[in-house]
Design a protein around this ligand. Structure first.
Ligand code: VGL
Ligand code: ZN
Length: 210
């Protein structure tokens, strides 16, 4: 079934940044392969929003902020369990810049997230405490944008949490499978597929968008 793009739809391009691509500090396997797919898709949407992971140095989600801990271990923080990451997407660094071949000049909003030192933010809507909003739902509602097509990195973290929060906030949501790549920590990619299915969030291919 083909999904037809309307003027109330927005393409949400999640974290297509150097650090999440091969050669970066937290490379998502084949992360750069989403770039041409996103570029083609982007040109077909009137409305595009980009998110940018944007951490201060010494961010709590960095393993380096927790002596004796290593990347990809999980620790308990006041707001819940947190996977520890290599330092990545530090504000103002090359790693935090969008991939050099990403071409969506008409994107209307760049939403930065993860800038509070003590809270990570996977979702474009809420930080990982699940209560601090980013402002995105207000932005979308004020602009009359009602359905999100979600693409980018990483499928099993920021794409997943953004899609699920959008759904819970009452927006229509579609995830574009071949426009995403996963990190896959401890089965997180399969868990994401199960969770999206349980919530009834469709996972479609880019060529199913008319
Ligand atoms: C992400 C881990 C840490 C993501 C961001 O964009 O999926 N993952 N920060
Ligand atoms: Zn991050």
């Amino acid at each position: 079934m083909a999904e037809k793009i309307t003027d109330r739809d927005v393409l949400l391009v999640v974290d297509v940044q150097n650090d999440f691509c091969p050669g970066g500090n937290l490379p998502v396997p084949n992360g750069d392969e989403v770039v041409p797919v996103v570029n083609r898709l982007g040109s077909r949407f009137a409305h595009v929003v980009l998110t940018q992971d944007w951490h201060p140095q010494g961010h709590q989600s960095f393993a380096s902020s927790h002596p004796g801990r290593k990347p990809f271990e999980t620790i308990a923080l006041p707001y819940g369990d947190q996977v520890l990451w290599p330092d990545h997407c530090v504000q103002g660094t090359t790693g935090a810049e969008f991939h050099g071949r990403l071409q969506v000049p008409h994107a209307e909003l760049v939403l930065r997230k993860g800038y509070h030192r003590a809270i990570d933010s996977y979702s474009a809507f809420f930080e990982n405490d699940r209560t601090t909003p980013t402002g995105l739902s207000g932005y979308l509602r004020e602009r009359g944008l009602t359905r999100l097509f979600v693409a980018g990195l990483a499928f099993d973290f920021c794409v997943r949490y953004s899609a699920e929060d959008a759904h819970r906030a009452g927006f229509g949501v579609v995830v574009i499978d071949d426009a995403c790549r996963a990190i896959d920590v401890d089965g997180s990619a399969a868990a994401t597929r199960r969770s999206l299915a349980e919530l009834g969030i469709p996972l479609i291919r880019a060529d199913a968008i008319a």
